[in-house]
Design a protein around this ligand. Structure first.
Ligand SMILES: *Cc1c(COP(=O)(O)O)cnc(C)c1O
Length: 357
């Protein structure tokens, strides 16, 4: 069953705007030409601006899901001479740990709970690290880290700082220049509110210096950087998603820039949290991003039952967790083309559900 007429509050794919959907409905054009190179340049320029990348930064466009961005960064930019401090606060942090292990990159599995790492100085192990890796928003539990504190820590110790910003771009602030970030990983289907399939790796000059020869054809950054000089990719890009990205970046600008999108996401997240205060649901973490609210039932109900009731009774998709968290939490995304009116559908449904159950 395809749920196309459902209300979508899942953390990827997220609700897309009609304007972007219309771009996706058009014939995919041929791309080995100047016209398409201009699309690539526009996407690169818009992304670099969005994260305030330092002068000389470059963007690599991969036709792949976000995990390929994570893995390719570890493959191309870290070596066996590194010692990476990998923040592990949930499923996505665990994935970075697995990637480092797969590519035999020395690393410390830094398990973090109940902290946004504002106090990373005291919490981090007293070891010599070369690199710091984090998923800025740990989407598996809806927990956001303090990039200012982490960036200051990275700068003080001269750490190569890699940030997976996939699920906080456009809804929560990030600034490569101010926060000393060397690499940002972005992906199409979360905050950028595009279909899945396109992943972008933003490399600051310090990251460009690190690019090495790798044992991989598809994930060889040198090839992407070389082709990128003429606005192309070595292999067929997700052409239509690139066109949608160009349109989306223009849309964000037209709506008042990324700062305005962040303010809007914040207002909607706060509105949602305020509107369900009377229900037996509590926030799972005090460190919530604007991108998402993670809720725990306080009346003994199973989170999974609520997810199912919303889907079956109200045509609303929120996101369940698996494993041990199945009954404990569910997640509500505020990413994408959200409005208060759209969010009201979920707020009303939750009130109606609790009125009956
Ligand atoms: C969604 C997500 C990814 C990428 O997942 P894919 O399924 O490979 O696209 C990576 N990191 C974070 C923090 C995410 O939320």
């Amino acid at each position: 069953m395809i749920y196309e007429d459902y209300y979508i509050f899942t953390p990827g794919p997220v609700k897309m705007s009609d304007e972007i959907l219309e771009v996706g409905a058009k014939q995919t054009p041929y791309f080995r030409n100047c016209e398409f190179s201009d699309v690539t340049y526009a996407c690169e320029k818009g992304l670099l601006k969005m994260v305030n990348a330092p002068e000389g930064s470059k963007v690599i466009f991969l036709t792949a899901s976000g995990t390929a961005g994570m893995e390719s960064v570890v493959m191309n930019l870290l070596t066996e001479d590194d010692n990476a401090l990998v923040v592990h606060g949930g499923g996505f942090g665990g994935r970075f740990v697995d990637i480092c292990a797969t590519h035999t990159i020395p690393h410390h599995d830094f398990v973090v709970e109940h902290s946004n790492l504002a106090d990373i100085e005291t919490l981090a192990p007293k070891e010599d690290f070369t690199s710091l890796i984090v998923n800025a928003h740990e989407t598996s539990i809806g927990h956001i880290y303090d990039l200012d504190a982490m960036g200051a820590y990275a700068k003080k110790r001269d750490l190569f700082f890699v940030v997976d910003a996939i699920s906080m771009l456009v809804t929560d602030p990030i600034d490569m220049s101010v926060q000393n970030i060397d690499v940002v990983i972005a992906s199409s289907q979360k905050g950028l509110a595009l279909p899945p399939g396109l992943t972008m790796v933003i490399l600051a000059p310090r990251a460009l210096e690190r690019v090495q020869c790798v044992k991989s054809l598809y994930f060889n950054f040198k090839d992407y950087l070389h082709n990128g000089e003429r606005g192309q990719t070595p292999y067929t890009p997700a052409v239509t998603i690139m066109l949608q990205l160009e349109a989306r970046l223009a849309q964000i600008e037209r709506r008042g820039g990324v700062e305005q999108s962040i303010r809007s996401a914040k207002a909607i997240a706060e509105y949602f949290r305020e509107s369900i205060k009377d229900l037996p649901l509590k926030a799972y973490t005090p460190f919530m991003p604007n991108a998402m609210t993670t809720l725990t039932p306080t009346d003994g109900k199973s989170a999974m039952d609520i997810v199912n009731a919303l889907e079956d009774g109200y045509k609303i998709m929120v996101c369940p967790n698996g494993g041990a968290e199945r009954d404990i939490i569910f997640r509500v995304s505020h990413m994408g083309d959200m409005t208060k009116a759209y969010t009201d559908v979920l707020i009303d449904a939750l009130h109606d559900y609790y009125g009956k159950n």
